[in-house]
Write a protein that binds this ligand. Structure first.
Ligand code: FAD
Ligand code: DHB
Length: 401
């Protein structure tokens, strides 16, 4: 067994772990990233695609915004479609902002390329198995690589290891709150020109559908399906027919193309609290999952990483532990607001299989409300785009070398 030492051990090379490692490295704080999968696997994993304005600013601040600026699609609104109408929610007018459509795996590729170019320590195909002495000054992470066991000791451990990681299992005081939705999303990626300039979120009596994209030649589309759906029943022909039935309306055509990826995402909300135990911190999906309707999962992961990086930098360079002490509470405030928004968007737009007439009328009233009321549309726009990066975050730049 080899024993290593670093200042911060980061478990997971998803968006949370990579951004955290990036900011710490820029500030000269040693860190090691352990990732269970190969680099190729992590870079090919298709997931989210919408970056809030603060996430874009953060990636620019971290020095990995060049390709994002060149290739990201800036969207100044979305369409909500229901009850025979398509309604534009204008982010520029209502919230003085925009989001950027740029695939999560592109963010991951940019961060990994930059990390490896700098030579910052990263071990792929290294699975963390145990976090020991979590409440001590020197927690230890045991990991397995190519059949060999190793350990790494550090002042801080950041478990950025997603839903199925070991982070949340290592915190004995953790409480997890959960809400399961009775449906899932069937997502496809297709070589097809998007038939829309901005995302279309569509309610129909056949179920919800979302028209998104990755570029001017790649479409990303989603269909609401019942929880536990078997992908085997979904031929490509059936997928296109269903997408057309749920999305097409005057002025909107679904362009077909070759489907390169099909996957199912369960619709689930979880929040684990507290996000800290001793010197072990949870960030991103390791601590919370939001249903994808509000496009918040990736953004929350990036914001946790920024919060934790700021807290560690302040504790190391300014001997100020307030950020570490307040980390969990600070993040959870934002997480619950995102849960509220994702739940609102989910219930606004999905077909509730069990709804009685009363429940359906309430949903209709909510749908009309967001179209008829400027205040409701503004609230949706502000929450979708998210706040600008706060001044504290920009302060950490002064520690960058
Ligand atoms: P992850 O991206 O999950 O990264 C965690 C990393 O830790 C992984 O690379 C994993 O391999 C690694 N790891 C796990 N355990 C270990 C271990 N023991 N040792 C070492 N490494 C480990 N959000 C949206 O907003 N919109 C979407 O459309 C959307 N679609 C999604 C589809 C799927 C299938 C999934 C799973 C998520 C989706 N999300 C979506 C959510 C969004 O992608 C996540 O919120 C985001 O990936 C969170 O980033 P993260 O870094 O916290 O976790
Ligand atoms: C995408 C995913 C989302 O969850 C969402 O709300 C909007 C877009 C996407 O993958 O493009």
């Amino acid at each position: 067994m080899s024993n290593y030492h670093t200042r911060v051990t980061i478990i997971g090379a998803g968006p949370a772990g990579l951004v955290l490692g990036h900011l710490l490295s820029l500030a000269g704080i040693d860190n090691l990233i352990l990732e269970r999968r190969s680099r190729e696997y992590v870079e090919a994993r298709v997931r989210a695609g919408v970056l809030e304005r603060a996430s874009v600013s953060l990636l620019e601040l971290a020095g990995v915004g060049d390709r994002l600026r060149r290739e990201g699609l800036v969207h100044e609104g979305i369409y909500l479609q229901f009850n025979g109408g398509r309604h534009h929610i204008d982010f520029r007018e209502l919230a003085d902002g925009a989001v950027t459509v740029y695939g999560q795996q592109e963010v991951v590729k940019d961060l990994i390329a930059d990390r490896l170019a700098h030579g910052w320590p990263t071990v792929f195909e290294a699975e963390a198995t145990t976090i020991a002495d979590a409440d001590s000054l020197g927690p230890r992470v045991l990991f397995r690589q190519q059949g060999d066991e190793h350990s790494v000791t550090s002042a801080f451990v950041a478990a950025c290891d997603g839903t199925h990681g070991i982070g949340h299992r290592s915190i004995p005081t953790l409480t997890t709150y959960t809400l399961d939705y009775p449906y899932a999303w069937l997502g496809i990626l297709a070589r097809a020109r998007p038939g829309t300039d901005e995302l279309v979120y569509s309610y129909s009596d056949r179920g919800f559908a979302l028209y998104s994209m990755r570029s001017t030649s790649v479409s990303r589309l989603y269909l609401q399906v019942p929880a536990g759906e078997d992908l085997g029943g979904w031929s490509h022909d059936r997928i296109w027919a269903e997408l057309k039935a749920r999305l097409e309306s005057p002025g909107l055509v679904v362009n077909e193309g070759s489907i390169t990826e099909v996957g199912l995402t369960p619709m689930r909300s979880t929040v684990s609290t507290p996000m800290r135990f001793g010197n072990v911190f949870l960030a991103g999906d390791a601590a919370h999952i939001v249903p994808p309707t509000g496009a918040k999962g990736l953004n929350l992961a990036l914001q946790d990483a920024l919060e934790l990086a700021s807290a560690i930098i302040e504790s190391v360079y300014e001997h100020d532990a307030a950020g570490l002490e307040g980390y969990s509470e600070h993040c959870l405030g934002r997480v619950w607001r995102a849960q509220r928004f994702a739940n609102y968007m989910t219930r606004l737009l999905h077909l509730d299989y069990a709804a009685d007439e009363f429940a359906r009328q309430l949903q209709l009233a909510d749908q009309r409300g967001v179209v008829d009321s400027m205040a409701e549309a503004t609230s949706l726009a502000e929450r979708y785009v998210g706040p600008a990066l706060d001044a504290r975050s920009e302060r950490i730049v002064k520690w960058f070398r």
